[in-house]
Design a protein around this ligand. Structure first.
Ligand code: ZN
Length: 232
């Protein structure tokens, strides 16, 4: 628990100034310049209107089955574990969609996360666990392959927003079909529910014909890069 340290919140005018400079510095589009945000001693990140086109990560949504954060261990007793993502239930075989345009930095199928894919979009990293299919190496390159779903995605590949990247399965440690969706910003875990709320509010404002106030469009980043994800 003590590893989950929250950074000092800058208050009042400092935050406003910081926010204004952040808006000009950070567009939050998937560009490498985003690394500059590491210098900022704030735990809030302005999202601008970056998520107007972002995609909900799964088709045939049923429910959120497990929230982000500390929870009692599945093995019972007084053990607590850190759940580094949001569990989204959907029928087995439902397509998973890429939340935001980016590059595939890893595909894997050997741990509790099951068959998974990790995509990087600027300072953001999104992980999708418990998918159908497996990893295959073809001509020295690693691919996530789900033939029945018509999916073949290579490590290093660039993916547009909203494209189908796999299907909901039961690989890894899981008791039912769901997508475990994890988000990190600058290696720090971020609550995906907070990002979804922000994304929906931006999209709602835009549909009503309004413009996004960048000051209102923020997500909180807590320093957690040393926290180990003990549950998927
Ligand atoms: Zn999970």
């Amino acid at each position: 628990m003590n590893q989950w340290r929250q950074r000092v919140i800058l208050s009042g005018s400092t935050l406003l100034m910081l926010g204004l400079s952040l808006v000009s510095l950070i567009t939050l589009l998937p560009k490498p310049e985003i690394a500059g945000a590491r210098e900022v001693k704030s735990n809030k990140v302005n999202t601008g209107n970056a998520w107007l086109a972002a995609s909900f990560p799964v088709e045939n949504f049923q429910s959120y089955t497990s929230a982000f954060g500390y929870r009692r261990s599945a093995t019972g007793g007084d053990n607590w574990e850190f759940h580094g993502g949001l569990d989204i239930a959907a029928p087995q075989g439902s397509y998973i969609r890429n939340w935001w345009a980016g590059k595939v930095i890893k595909v894997g199928d050997r741990n509790a996360c099951g068959t998974h894919i990790i995509i990087r979009s600027g300072a953001w990293e999104h992980t999708y666990c418990h998918m159908e299919g497996h990893v295959e190496t073809i001509s020295g390159r690693r691919y996530l392959v789900d033939r029945a779903g018509g999916i073949q995605i290579a490590e290093g590949q660039q993916l547009p927003t909203g494209i189908r990247i796999g299907r909901v399965g039961m690989s890894g440690r899981t008791t039912g079909p769901h997508l475990h969706w994890g988000l990190k910003y600058d290696s720090n875990y971020v609550d995906p529910a907070m990002v979804l709320r922000e994304m929906f509010s931006q999209q709602q404002i835009a549909r009503r014909g309004g413009s996004i106030n960048a000051q209102q469009s923020q997500v909180i980043i807590q320093e957690s890069q040393y926290t180990r994800d003990s549950g998927y």
